[in-house]
Design a protein around this ligand. Structure first.
Ligand SMILES: [Zn+2]
Length: 401
């Protein structure tokens, strides 16, 4: 391990609030819309420091983006090191009047806790924290390993000054992790449905077809790029990119826009553009996928269509955490608490797991994601208690007495 001296001081110290509901309410009341810290990380730092964690609050900068506050905390000096990861920033609430309870009120009604971040993912962080505090209360600091928290305020934004830099910062200080549990909302319908053991990659490309502008009544003197663009677009959606892999669905290409931007009805335009995004599986890297798309376009274009293809640099590779003893340990904890054996899935959008996977094996399990990013984002109070119990079982199994 690195040379840091971390002094647990749990025994004899009054532990802070360990109710996940109270913690989640306090976090929701911090208006931490990216890039604002909103008091959320300070609150977290206070609670976790009282439990004996050594807490650091690095701030990262990048020209052209706002400075971002982050949090790293650790208790214990030896291995194994279990890392809890997540984010306290939230997406904007939109029209506050549209909410049945204020987006930063943290109100409970009919057994549901309302507020921006209730499921994505202040609720998840509250459960990780409550489970950890209870675990330390029961076991004391000599539990035979280390627990770390890596929490960013830049997940819902550009993600430049968050987890990526925080992981680099931790590595430079000699911090090493054995496994990571990321608390994003992974369950589609009910708690216990799904663990994410990987994520698809994402690649965005722009096709421009070049023609020659002219009068619609004299098409022989022009070169309309629109038919060529339609042919290239049809080529890309005609044949599947692959048939899926052991743990991934087939890669999927979607066109997101086709633009000519021509206000005139009597002019043949000079260029036509289309943008597509591919969510790809572990058959591909962004480079091999980009090359295959270019090959298919060139084959369809022949000498007849002049086009260019711009592929955006991708920081979202496909990755898989192979099912192993740690995945089983978490699945066992979920099954014991909910009665469901969770599906092991790689569906959905990208998350910070794509960065953490370079530091240690990472899997994701959190609350039910149905209302994330929506008006009236909410979580069942009962789910907060059950997720806390699940994380508690994970800790008990990971650090056997
Ligand atoms: Zn999230």
């Amino acid at each position: 391990m690195g040379g840091r001296v971390v002094r647990p001081r749990v025994h004899g110290v009054a532990l802070p609030e360990t109710s996940p509901l109270a913690l989640a309410q306090s976090l929701i009341r911090c208006p931490s819309v990216t890039p604002e810290e909103g008091g959320a990380l300070s609150l977290l730092a206070d609670v976790i420091a009282k439990a004996g964690f050594a807490v650091e609050r690095p701030i990262f900068s990048e020209s052209g983006t706002p400075d971002i506050q982050n949090l790293y905390a650790r208790i214990g000096t030896g291995g194994p090191v279990l890392l809890f990861a997540g984010h306290t920033d939230v997406v904007p609430p939109g029209e506050a009047d549209a909410w049945s309870h204020g987006p930063f009120s943290g109100e409970v009604a009919d057994g549901m806790l309302y507020g921006r971040g209730a499921v994505d993912m202040k609720g998840g962080i509250a459960c990780m924290l409550a489970a950890t505090l209870r675990f330390l209360e029961a076991r004391g600091p000599g539990f035979g390993g280390s627990i770390a928290f890596l929490i960013t305020g830049d997940e819902e934004g550009p993600a430049l000054n968050g987890t990526v830099k925080l992981l680099d910062w931790a590595r430079e200080r000699g911090e090493r992790f054995d496994h990571c549990l990321l608390g994003e909302p992974t369950n589609p319908e009910r708690l216990g449905d799904m663990i994410k053991i990987g994520r698809r990659g994402s690649l965005t490309g722009r096709i421009t077809v070049h023609g020659r502008q002219g009068h619609v009544a004299y098409p022989h003197r022009a070169d309309n790029p629109i038919p060529g663009l339609l042919r290239l677009a049809s080529t890309l959606i005609a044949a599947p990119l692959d048939g899926g892999t052991a743990h991934f669905d087939a890669s999927n290409l979607e066109f997101t826009t086709i633009d000519v931007g021509n206000p005139a009805t009597n002019v043949i335009p000079a260029t036509a553009r289309a943008v597509f995004n591919v969510r790809f599986n572990d058959d591909w890297t962004a480079a091999t996928l980009g090359a295959e798309i270019r090959r298919r376009l060139e084959e369809a274009a022949g000498n007849a269509i002049r086009f260019s293809l711009d592929l955006q640099p991708s920081n979202s590779p496909a990755f898989l955490t192979r099912p192993d003893a740690f995945v089983d340990l978490v699945a066992d904890a979920i099954q014991a608490e909910t009665g469901h054996r969770p599906a092991l899935s790689t569906t959905g959008g990208t998350s910070d797991a794509r960065f953490i996977k370079d530091a240690c094996p990472v899997i994701e399990f959190g609350l039910v994601g149905q209302t994330m990013h929506e008006v009236d984002e909410r979580v069942a109070v009962e789910d907060l208690d059950r997720l806390t119990a699940i994380y508690g079982r994970v800790l008990d199994a990971y650090f056997p007495a």
